[in-house]
Design a protein around this ligand. Structure first.
Ligand code: NAP
Length: 317
């Protein structure tokens, strides 16, 4: 089968398509095989490829296959949250690549996954759309749960124009939080449709803090740091508030009794089943920015690194 390997740590050019043997049924006990149609390119992929997590990932080292999000069809039957999913079922999910550290990601034609990592894809949701949901939506949902704020509380979402940030805005609004979104220029009206009550453009930190002070003079009850801004965003949080970080190396040191929590998305088949149904019902909005063939993984990484993409970049397999 074709896979894209990180051949050595470095820039997008270190990605190379090679052939590996196809996994056979039962090769990894407890796992099922999925023939992939789509895989997501995430910012975490870029950071891993660049070697930013080389120490944490050791002894795993290149060559390895990147990729967390996937959508495809089951090659083996799998137990699902609502009964067995037969061969051929359309499914999506994510490989918890960073915690698994097996180096067997989704930039590949076939992956072997635990049944608890996937959920069935509703008929009206395409593979590319489905592959844009799992890691980002589950991370945002689990981050909001960890915040644990009651309805009416105030929340600042950085990176709200990003894939995780958009989901965080939607879940927070649905939970009755008053959301201020730090957005990419031009995204303000869309973020308001998604549920943000206030928007401020990303850019100058002092301007953002000034705008945040107008909305929440004593600081926000919570901050969801979808842009991995870290410490410089901390002044926007009130004394005793909560700061949700999405990467351990970007979690600020706590001051003023602020609870700082780092959330690493954990697969949850029940939650993902529900979220994919919400996508089908248009109750949850997801966006795909680009769809590119697996062969163009290097170019996909270059695009992702170049800055703002209005949604997930998807590799078609
Ligand atoms: N902990 C986990 O399990 C987990 C799971 C998924 C993702 N993540 C991490 O979460 C982050 C968000 O992921 P994503 O998929 O949503 O990425 P994304 O779509 O690229 O979104 C990141 C957003 O942050 C904005 N941003 C970046 N630097 C900024 C800065 N200095 N100031 C203001 N805004 C800034 C970007 O703005 P532009 O649009 O203008 O570029 C973009 O809107 C990534 O860093 C990823 O590694 C963690």
């Amino acid at each position: 089968m074709r896979v894209v390997e990180v051949t050595t740590y470095g820039g997008p050019e270190v990605l190379d398509m090679v052939r590996r043997p196809e996994p056979v049924a039962g090769e990894r006990p407890g796992r099922v095989r999925v023939r992939l149609h789509a895989a997501g390119v995430t910012i975490t992929d870029l950071r891993i490829r660049a070697g930013l997590y080389a120490d944490e990932l050791s002894p795993l080292k290149p060559p390895f296959v990147l990729g967390a999000d996937f959508a495809g069809k089951l090659l083996d039957p799998a137990p699902g949250p609502e009964g067995e999913l037969p061969v051929g079922t359309r499914v999506a999910g994510f490989v918890p690549w960073y915690t698994e550290r097996s180096g067997e990601g989704t930039y590949a034609e076939i992956v072997q996954v635990e049944p608890g990592w996937l959920a069935p894809v509703p008929d009206d949701v395409g593979f590319t759309q489905a592959a844009s949901v799992p890691l980002a939506a589950i991370t945002a949902h689990q981050g909001l749960e960890r915040l644990g704020l009651p309805a009416g509380s105030s929340l600042l979402v950085t990176g709200a124009s990003g894939v995780v940030g958009r989901f965080a805005v939607q879940f927070a609004a649905a939970a009755g939080l008053e959301v201020m979104a730090v957005s990419y220029e031009g995204d303000e009206s869309e973020l308001k449709v998604l549920g943000a009550k206030h928007c401020v453009r990303r850019g100058d930190g002092a301007e953002i803090l000034a705008a945040a002070r107008e909305v929440a003079p004593d600081g926000f009850d919570g901050l969801f740091d979808g842009a991995l801004i870290g410490e410089t965003a901390l002044p926007a949080v009130k004394n005793g508030g909560t700061f949700i970080a999405l990467a351990e190396d970007r979690a600020p040191v706590s001051v003023r009794d602020i609870r700082v929590e780092t959330v690493l998305g954990k697969p949850d088949a029940v939650l993902l089943t529900k979220l994919l149904r919400q996508v089908e019902a248009r109750e949850l909005i997801t966006r795909v920015a680009d769809v590119m063939p697996l062969e163009e993984a290097s170019e996909a990484h270059r695009r992702a690194e170049a800055g703002h993409r209005p949604g997930r970049i998807i590799l078609m397999i």
